[in-house]
Design a protein around this ligand. Structure first.
Ligand code: GLP
Length: 236
């Protein structure tokens, strides 16, 4: 594991973008696993800038996002599909048809989970997976539990996650209670994993996740077993 501590969110965002840029330059048809939340916003801004300058070309890239809320349509501005369109996809030259986010409005969510796993397999797996981390150690929306979950799955969000994510909604009552998330298999089988986090409030979970025991009670801790993991953390 490469555990890189940086001083500011700006530095974190530049370094994370550089890791993703290196991936896209060395393999233009990369499959990128992407994340939402506040942490990757600066990274996405840097990628958009590089694409605008002509330094990066996403025209052969395919993306698979980690997760989506159950019940939010793609045009709902709180959906992760909407977030990705606004913060990245509309700002770079990726082909929209090559971007994938689980469908949280699928009539049959279990079938959607299977479809998503099959899609990742058909793509040959993920070359680089970008992750954030929740305050309870979740990655994607894989919440603390008794056993790691292998495939894409439907989850009930922890009250602490609902509370943490309420900042993006008009009120806590609007935060969906369920989500669809990629499971641990696709994440752990990604050739490279890049996890980014910032803020003093993440210091404790970062310590537990990367220097504590490997346990499904701290889902991100499984990443300690990944052969090519880079973690970039800014306390500020
Ligand atoms: C959400 C997402 C996660 C993300 C986490 C942390 O719950 N499902 O993928 O990593 O939030 O978000 P933030 O980066 O805003 O702290």
């Amino acid at each position: 594991m490469k555990y890189i501590k940086v001083k500011t969110y700006e530095e974190l965002s530049r370094k994370a973008a550089a890791v993703i840029a290196a991936q896209v330059i060395s393999k233009p048809n990369s499959v990128l696993g992407l994340a939402t939340g506040s942490s990757p916003i600066g990274t996405y801004e840097n990628l958009a800038k590089a694409c605008d300058n002509g330094d990066l070309d996403f025209s052969d890239v395919t993306s698979v996002n980690l997760d989506e809320y159950v019940g939010l349509s793609t045009d709902n501005d709180q959906s992760y599909r909407y977030f990705m369109n606004k913060n990245l996809f509309e700002k770079i030259n990726i082909k929209m048809e090559n971007t994938n986010v689980p469908n949280g409005c699928a009539a049959d969510i279990e079938a959607e989970c299977k479809r998503y796993d099959a899609l990742i397999e058909d793509l040959g797996g993920i070359d680089l997976q970008l992750l954030g981390i929740g305050l309870d150690g979740h990655i994607g929306f894989n919440e603390p539990c008794e056993e790691f979950v292998k495939g894409t799955n439907r989850v009930t969000l922890d009250p602490s996650t609902i509370e943490a994510n309420a900042r993006f909604f008009a009120s806590i009552d609007e935060v969906p209670r369920e989500a669809v998330t990629m499971g641990m298999q696709a994440i752990m089988q990604a050739k490279k994993v890049l996890l980014i986090a910032n803020g003093k409030n993440k210091a404790e979970i970062m310590e537990k996740a990367f220097f504590g025991p490997i346990t499904p009670k701290v889902p991100a801790s499984i990443l300690q077993l990944h052969p090519d993991l880079t973690v970039i953390y800014s306390e500020n």
